[in-house]
Design a protein around this ligand. Structure first.
Ligand code: GTP
Ligand code: MG
Length: 193
């Protein structure tokens, strides 16, 4: 997909603030610092649209990005990061849960995992949670540039197995550094719209 327009619509903390234009939405999910914002930036070819962390836990609101007036990417705070305040952490669950359970525009979720390591318990729990809500999931195995080429297939196989990936769901090798997986990512996203 050729992206001509990519802009932040709103950083929301509750449903009253969600955009009302009815565009289909794709939400990002993944551990803190795994590369969710980098994924968005690579897909839309903007280096700084979504803020990238120097420190984990940078994204703390639901950030709605309008892409070409065709779809909205929703960047969400990462899970599994201990060093944010208790109060902030307590707010994340309900914020995510409210969005996932009420949002009719939500067509599917891009769940990002780090291909260097097996999925964590948090990753597995998140995938199960999304499946419980009957959402299509595209699993993006990112940071592929950090794993040697011949080892990548083994890591992907292991991750599919650990997550017990549904037959209908895809896992795509990706790198925000090299752009690997970008076209495949777009076609999977467009299939959900
Ligand atoms: P939070 O908003 O804190 O949850 O993080 P995030 O999931 O949005 O991660 P972010 O995109 O901010 O990236 C975290 C770090 O990983 C940054 O230093 C990125 O440059 C790096 N990173 C992201 N994707 C890749 C990748 O594909 N390859 C490599 N080598 N580094 C990456
Ligand atoms: Mg982020």
């Amino acid at each position: 997909m050729k992206v001509n327009k990519a802009e932040l619509l709103i950083s929301a903390v509750s449903r009253k603030q969600y955009p009302e234009d009815g565009l289909p939405e794709i939400a990002l999910a993944g551990r803190s610092n795994v590369g969710k914002s980098s994924f968005i930036n690579t897909m839309v070819q903007r280096k700084k649209l979504a803020r990238i962390s120097s420190k984990p836990g940078k994204t703390r609101t639901l950030n709605f990005y309008n892409i070409n007036d065709e779809l909205i990417f929703v960047d969400v705070p990462g899970y599994g990061y201990a060093k944010v305040s208790k109060k902030e952490r307590a707010a994340w669950g309900p914020m995510m849960e409210e969005y996932i359970s009420v949002r009719e525009e939500l067509r599917g979720v891009v769940q990002i995992i780090d291909v260097r390591h097996p999925p964590t318990a948090d990753d597995i729990q998140m995938y199960q949670y999304l499946k419980y809500h009957q959402l299509p999931v595209i699993v993006i195995a990112t940071k592929a540039d950090k794993v040697s080429k011949n080892k990548r297939p083994k890591h992907v196989k292991q991750a599919k197995n650990d997550l017990q990936l549904d037959k209908e769901d895809k896992m795509i090798l990706f790198s925000a550094e090299t752009g690997q997986g970008k076209d495949e990512g777009w076609s999977a996203i467009q299939n959900l719209m």
